[in-house]
Design a protein around this ligand. Structure first.
Ligand SMILES: [Ca+2]
Ligand SMILES: [Ca+2]
Length: 176
């Protein structure tokens, strides 16, 4: 059995993509993502994590805490992949998705330019929310104007849709 199968991923390419994103985040190249590095990853995409949340942690500490199953204070490769797999398969909407949102965005933003294409964005939404929600959303977002060029989504625009607290789709669940 190959590594990607052991983690429960569907495809080898997912494993490779995750590896690339992890490496990009791991600035100190020590095989773990710490508070500083995660903060930097957000800043690179123009997102300013909150300094303090209702739990008395910074937002980035809070995100790490959600994912850090072995509770050593940082995100190891195992934590990273397992979180991705749990979120990918989640149909209850109970999994913490803040890091997952960042990972999915960074997988699509291959050149690190800070955008994902409309196709990639739609593919993610389709997987998460299914056809019905997508239909509604497409009308809402794209019904107004016919664009000649494909839209690019920034991280902020992506979060406007999928952020677990404020996104348009926060309470949407996949029907099928
Ligand atoms: Ca590191
Ligand atoms: Ca850990």
């Amino acid at each position: 059995m190959e590594e990607w199968e052991k983690y429960g991923l569907d495809k080898r390419v997912d494993y490779d993509n995750l590896g690339r994103v992890f490496e990009r985040m791991d600035l100190k190249k020590d095989g773990k993502i710490d508070v500083q590095e995660l903060t930097q990853a957000y800043k690179n995409l123009g997102y300013q994590p909150r300094k303090r949340t209702e739990y008395g942690l910074s937002e980035v500490e809070d995100i790490i805490w959600e994912v850090d199953e072995d509770a050593n204070g940082w995100i190891d490769w195992d934590n990273f992949v397992q979180l991705y797999v749990r979120c990918r398969k989640d149909r209850t909407g109970q999994e913490p998705t803040r890091l997952y949102n960042l990972i999915e965005f960074m997988v699509c933003d291959k050149d690190g330019g800070g955008t994902m294409s409309e196709d990639e964005c739609m593919e993610i939404l389709y997987h998460r929310y299914g056809k019905e929600v997508m239909g509604k959303l497409t009308d809402q977002l794209f019904g107004k104007s016919v664009q000649e060029t494909e839209k690019e989504f920034s991280f902020a625009e992506f979060l406007d849709l999928v952020d677990p607290y404020n996104g348009i789709l926060t309470h949407s669940k996949r029907q099928t």
